[in-house]
Structures are given as C-alpha cells and as structure tokens.
Design a protein around this ligand. Sequence first.
Ligand code: ADP
Ligand code: MG
Length: 150
Amino acid sequence: MKVFIVTGSVCTGKTTLAKLIAKKHHAIYINVNELIKEYKLYSNYDKKFKSYIVDSKKLNKFLIRLIKNSRNNLVLDSHLTHYLPSKYVDLCYVTKCELKELKKRLMKRRYSKEKVRENLDAEILDVCLVEALENKHKVKVIDTTKGINL
Ligand SMILES: Nc1ncnc2c1ncn2[C@@H]1O[C@H](COP(=O)(O)OP(=O)(O)O)[C@@H](O)[C@H]1O
Ligand SMILES: [Mg+2]
C-alpha cells in the first residue's frame, strides 16, 4: 500500500496532478478539502478570507486513520497534506507554476485582487515546499506551467 500526497499553492495543479497519479498507480483519489467540509475538520470559518480555518491536529488524526484502514494505494490532494507525519507518506509531490501563468489561472477562478496576491505570495515564498521539507517528507517537485510529465 502506497500513500502519495499532493501539496502546493492554490491553482498550481494539485488536483490535475493527483488525478493523473491515481490513474498511473491504480490509487484512490481523495479530495481532502471535501473531507474537511464533510467531517467538519475545521475549528472556525474566516468570513473575511471566506475560508475554513482547519484544525490540523483533527485533520491529521482523521487522515492517519484513513491511511491505516486502507488496503489500496492512496493519493491525498490538498495544500494541508504535508502536515502529515512523513512516516505515513511514501512520496510528497509539490506542484509549482510560473507566476505569469499562475496569475492567469487565479484570475480565471475569479478570486478577489487580495486573494490573487495572497496566493501568488505563497507561491513566491514556496510555503508548501519549505514546510514539506521541514516536515522531512521525500519531496518531488512538479512544474505544471507547460503541462505535466509524470
Ligand atoms: N499542466 C497544466 N497545464 C495547463 N493548465 C493546467 C495544468 N494543470 C492545471 N491547469 C489548470 O490550472 C487550474 C488549476 O488547476 P488545479 O489542478 O485545479 O490546481 P489546484 O488543485 O492546485 O488548485 C485549472 O484551471 C487547470 O485546468
Ligand atoms: Mg484542487
């Protein structure tokens, strides 16, 4: 049983990549953001940012149980997956995208100016990559700017 996680800034191609990995490795695709809503794995809702404040302890506990109970390969899709302890994860993919293309993708999603800026900043600072490395994951970076080569 293998566990793949896919993290990265918003619109860098996590979901697209995760679904490709699921096909390639005959793994079950798991939309972690849906799980967070369905099982209320958040502590609060931030009205200003229109987003849930996720309780990462609760989320990790939930995902670890899911991993332990699974007999299939799994692909977990979310920018919060790299908070999982690395011992439960075989490979952590981090998606990246060049800023010009990323801005286009974010605007297409009709985010506010602030939200676009915030997400571009997260990509510039490599927040997910830095945190994934800090968390001792085995990391593979995939640039999706011009398509995905797995
Ligand atoms: N390799 C790619 N080439 C072109 N467009 C892509 C690529 N990967 C993703 N996109 C586009 O970028 C947007 C965001 O992709 P998505 O996979 O939903 O990102 P995320 O899950 O990280 O938010 C979508 O509109 C998608 O079609
Ligand atoms: Mg997505």
